[in-house]
Design a protein around this ligand. Structure first.
Ligand code: S3P
Length: 442
């Protein structure tokens, strides 16, 4: 599908965002690991969560998803059945890495696989520490991953482990495996990686201690629970990472004013607010009651002139998914924006340094790539190529669409159907807020 944006229309109005992707993944998988009937609402109904739901069906978990309400019944991970076929994780590294940890806990044999893009992403970071805990993964550092059956006579061991990258996916996989370990799990180097799994486990009564600190600091300790996990009854907030595209869209489009209630504001996720506020963005935050053990707020964003800034250190971790949107904001700012300490961006749905460099240069940006980041000399506009291909990366597709709202000429995003991986209805949402856009079958 080609999405064509006509620039020059302000975005105005109020919008409730789809449920948080990271929390939807964790809520579904922890409900599947728990014993009994769980309920999660609203649940993100999107490509990346559908693959997880399909995978847990193979484990003997029953679920229904109606009007955004996920109801799930599970016998608990100790009573899962071995999957008959490889578990298909599509484009979702969160699904694959978290399932690797949960399956390690179960002791069942399984194969985890996904799209060509997912097969290129690094998995040694999760497989090696899981092996050290006693999970019998066969040799191999990329998907498909094969896990052999583990006999109950060989329980998983606790582990003291320093994460080489502050990755929430790796941390979460180890925590899920740690639920079945015979002793303490201690993870260091966890930095400011998102702490949703820890919050949910604490909510379920598991003894988990968290220390957020700048890398290489940060520590999480888990005492394996003696009793099965109880079922969940959770309300999830809106996804800050989906909000990010609308925040940047309003910040760069003259005349815009957007209100976004019910957005998850976990401080491990909201680095983009700090970065944009340092650039002069007009964003106000009104706290709202917590949801699912997570802080929530209502954001109001108005257009304002932006200036360049520097992003480095733990701020990178706190906005790890927001660089496509942030880079667009930097193009529409005046002055230089520099990003350092962000080599991890090369291991996302695409190499988000090289691919972003190619796309934004084609769109007219002055973009310099560095090994672990980039620099953009913002000129307050974009006026280059009009048709861009986001390389099958949902966040790049949305970032380009946002650029098209404020560019000097119409912009077409090819392959825009990939957006439904995390934000189904994104084009309709932009239209409802006043954008002028057309969707066309390619
Ligand atoms: C996620 C963690 C992040 C993020 C991804 C979702 C999660 O990855 O990029 O979109 O839900 O745990 P890393 O933890 O590998 O940085």
């Amino acid at each position: 599908m080609n999405l064509t944006l006509q620039p020059g229309r302000p975005l105005r109005g109020e919008l409730t965002l789809p449920a948080d992707k990271s929390l939807s993944h964790r809520a579904a998988l922890l409900s599947a690991m728990a014993c009994g009937r769980s309920r999660v609402a609203p649940f993100l109904q999107a490509g990346v969560t559908q693959v997880l739901l399909d995978a847990i069906t193979q484990l003997g978990v029953e679920w229904s998803l109606e009007d955004g309400v996920l109801t799930l019944r599970s016998p608990g991970y100790q009573a899962w059945r071995a999957p008959a076929n490889p578990l298909w994780c599509g484009n979702s590294a969160t699904t694959l890495r978290l399932l690797a940890g949960a399956l390690a806990a179960s002791g069942l044999p399984a194969v985890l696989d996904g799209s060509p893009g997912l097969r290129r992403r690094p998995m040694a970071r999760v497989v090696e520490p899981l092996r050290a805990m006693g999970a019998p993964f066969t040799p191999g550092e990329t998907a498909p991953l094969t896990l052999l059956a583990r006999s109950p006579a060989q329980p998983l061991r606790g582990l003291t482990y320093h994460l080489p990258v502050a990755s929430a996916q790796v941390k979460s996989a180890l925590l899920l495996a740690g639920l079945a370990a015979g002793s303490l799990l201690t993870l260091t180097g966890t930095g400011w990686s998102r702490d949703h799994t820890e919050r949910l486990l604490a909510h379920l009564g598991v003894d988990v201690q968290v220390e957020l600190a700048d890398e290489p600091g940060g520590c999480v300790t888990l005492h394996p629970p003696a009793s099965p996990l109880p079922p969940l009854d959770l309300t999830l907030p809106g996804d800050f990472s989906s909000a990010a595209f609308l925040i940047v869209a309003a910040a760069i489009s003259p005349g815009s004013c957007l209100t976004l209630p019910g957005v998850g504001l976990n401080p491990t996720r909201t680095g983009l607010l700090d970065a944009l506020q340092a650039m002069g963005a007009d964003i106000t935050v009104q706290p709202q009651p917590d949801a699912g053990g997570e802080p929530v707020g209502c954001l109001t964003v108005r257009h304002a002139p932006l200036t360049g800034t520097t992003v480095a250190g733990s701020l990178v971790t706190r906005m790890i998914d927001e660089f496509p949107a942030f880079a667009v904001a930097a193009c529409f700012a005046r002055g230089e924006t520099v990003v350092r300490d962000a080599a991890e961006l090369r291991h996302k749905e695409s190499d988000r340094i090289t691919v972003l460099a190619g796309l934004l240069r084609a769109a007219g940006a002055d973009f310099t790539e560095t090994p672990a980041g980039f620099a953009i000399r913002g000129r307050g506009n974009l006026s280059g190529n009009a048709t861009l291909d986001p390389h099958g990366d949902h966040r790049l597709a949305m970032a380009l669409a946002v650029a098209g709202l404020a560019a000097d000429h119409p912009l077409t995003v090819r392959g825009a159907e990939i957006i439904a991986e995390s934000f189904p209805g994104f084009p309709a949402t932009l239209r409802a807020l006043g954008a002028d856009l057309t969707e066309e079958a390619a």
